[in-house]
Design a protein around this ligand. Structure first.
Ligand code: PLP
Length: 382
């Protein structure tokens, strides 16, 4: 059996929505984007939304609109996708990493506290794998030090913590969601920034649209902008997906539950932690943690031969070649992140995954982990 690592869930309504746009002359800057922004703002309980062509663009214009620039420090997580830190570099500011909590895998408020200096201007906390961050302590710090909070919620659309949906609830300045095809819902490429601050929303809208003024005057550029616009076909796909997002999230939760049910019995595998405060987990990926005795590389090779792709996830940002070279980071700098990253493995996970596919992945995983663990133990005894 060959099981994909990830796959978008596209139905006939999605296809009709895209084709409908293609039968009109308006392929960009039109009613689909406007409606998508309204509907997304309403879904996450925010006042304003600006649709963009990627989550990365959303992070970038959030920092740009907040005036983050050279000399400023921005604290984020080293256990994330590289965009969480790259957006800081785009603005000529300095990313500073704070280590994570070993259970939630989210950035640790205590570690953030240690890294705050008088140059710190913003925080980019990440809701890793869909698990909402505890914003209470982060909010207290942000108020004390007058910090902007750009919430990287690219993996957490629809998650709730203590009944509050991930979005712009105080103390968040902007929150960013992403819609690449491996996310919970997709627009192809795409993302959206939400905020309750009307001025910030207007500035971000301008930044994403070549720096045009509020009236959108075609040839009047009031600031250095970018072309980060989402097109009409993508927005139509996004609206169609958003209209059944709750059903998509339920299906994904069912797949995750199938996995957890089966893998709890597998000795060498730890299933994903879901915090008691996370009352709705929007499952982005299913990432297991392997016992130290398992040779992850050998396991990935063996699974791959059986048609089961898997990936180490994440590789720490501070150890990426570009960051090591530019900032001199080395192994040992963020011990919790490194310990976690050395044992995590993302296994096939997508909305339309069948119970048979989950069975097959678990059966292969169990067979190979017990074989590879035994080999290691046997090796030690020699
Ligand atoms: C997906 C993702 C992004 C944005 O990705 P794009 O490909 O630019 O849409 C940013 N941060 C995290 C943590 C992500 O998972």
């Amino acid at each position: 059996m060959n099981v994909p690592l990830s796959r978008p869930s596209i139905n006939e309504d999605d296809i009709d929505a895209v084709l409908g746009v293609m039968r009109t002359p308006t392929l960009s800057i039109g009613p689909q984007v406007q409606a998508f922004e309204r509907e997304m703002a309403s879904y996450v309980g925010a006042e304003h939304a600006v649709a963009v062509n990627s989550g990365t663009s959303g992070l970038h214009i959030s920092l740009a609109a907040a005036g983050i620039g050279p000399g400023d420090e921005v604290i984020t997580s080293p256990f994330s996708f590289v965009a969480s830190a790259n957006c800081v570099l785009y603005q000529g500011a300095t990313p500073v990493f704070a280590d994570i909590d070993e259970d939630t895998l989210n950035v640790s408020p205590a570690e953030i506290d240690h890294r705050i200096t008088d140059r710190t201007r913003a925080l980019v906390p990440v809701d890793v794998f869909g698990q909402p961050i505890d914003m209470d302590r982060i909010g207290t710090m942000a108020r004390r030090h007058d910090l902007v909070i750009v919430r990287d919620s690219c993996e957490a659309i629809g998650s709730t913590r203590n009944g509050v949906i991930v979005g712009t609830a105080d103390p968040v300045t902007t929150a960013v969601f992403a819609f690449y095809p491996n996310k919970q819902m997709t627009t192809g490429e795409g993302g959206i920034v939400v905020t309750n601050d009307a001025t910030l929303a207007a500035t971000m809208r301008s930044l994403a649209n070549q720096g045009r003024d509020d009236n959108g005057s075609w040839m009047n550029h009031v600031r250095l902008g970018f072309n980060y616009r989402l097109d009409e076909m993508s927005a139509a796909l996004g609206r169609s997906q958003l209209s059944r997002l709750d059903a998509l999230l339920e299906q994904r939760a069912r797949v995750a539950a199938w996995y957890t049910e089966r893998l709890t019995a597998v000795d060498a595998v730890r299933t994903p932690f879901v915090a008691p405060e996370t009352d709705r987990m929007s499952w982005f990926v299913y990432v297991i943690r392997l016992d130290d005795s398992v040779d992850r590389e050998a396991l990935m090779r063996a699974l791959g031969k059986d048609g089961v792709p898997s990936r180490p996830y994440f590789a720490p940002i501070h150890l990426q070649p570009y960051y090591r070279e530019r900032f001199g980071y080395a192994p040992g700098d963020y011990p919790v992140t490194e310990r976690v990253a050395a044992t995590t493995l993302a296994i096939p996970f997508f909305t339309d995954m069948s119970e048979e596919q989950v069975d097959y992945v678990c059966e292969r995983l169990e067979a190979h982990t017990s074989r590879l663990t035994m080999t290691a133990t046997a090796r030690k005894q020699l």
